[in-house]
Design a protein around this ligand. Sequence first.
Ligand code: ADP
Ligand code: MG
Length: 236
Amino acid sequence: IPEKQELKQLDERCKHPIIGADSFQQFDELPISSKTLSGLKRANFIKMTDIQRKALPLGLCGKDILGAAKTGSGKTLAFLVPLIEMLYRQKWGPMDGLGALVISPTRELAVQIFEVLRKIGREHSFSAGLIIGGKDLKIERGLIAKMNILVCTPGRLLQHMDQSAGFDCDNLQMLVLDEADRILDMGFKKTLNAIIENLPKQRQTMLFSATQTKSIKDLARLSLKDPEYVAVHEKA
Ligand code: ADP
Ligand code: MG
């Protein structure tokens, strides 16, 4: 179907609650674009995992999410699909600047997220960059000025916010904090607070963490608005 018609249908279906979402098992039952669906299929993502089944219908209609699920449960797609779809539905383009930010505790995890983003976003035309240090600061500066999506580690991101004139996040629509408990364990609490302080208040935020500690609750209070709590517990 033509893109314009698809966008209209997606807008229509992406209202809270998404009708029938409780029984959805597969990605192709969700209100997502044919571009994203095709990226998912090519990567062999057909059936949703539990955390995806719970989080995606909420994330797709713009809800803030506090998500808890152990490693390996499929949290990456639970935030990347709503991120891509939100930008697509808003017809995000090169002139719109930075639309979404993903913060990850380590370089290694950031690279993994970036690779999944490239795979499932291959039919979309957004620009995406990795900001994880270890590269020349000047080269990164040139990159960030052009990107719609950034996947970052906290220290390096704050460094750019403080020191790079080209860093502009005024248009930001979505923030993802992945493995937030690990980010805090690594001593990035102040850094994270300073980053959040710099971001527009009007945005969608998804916070994922394997554990629910007091410091995660504090971070959630600081960064989320009227969040939906989504948890998947290990089966005995
Ligand atoms: P987490 O972030 O919760 O630790 P990941 O998002 O890294 O989990 O996913 C763990 C593994 O499961 C990855 O290898 C990923 O490719 C795979 N995976 C995730 N979602 C699906 C799915 N819906 N179908 C098949 N494999 C999946
Ligand atoms: Mg993960």
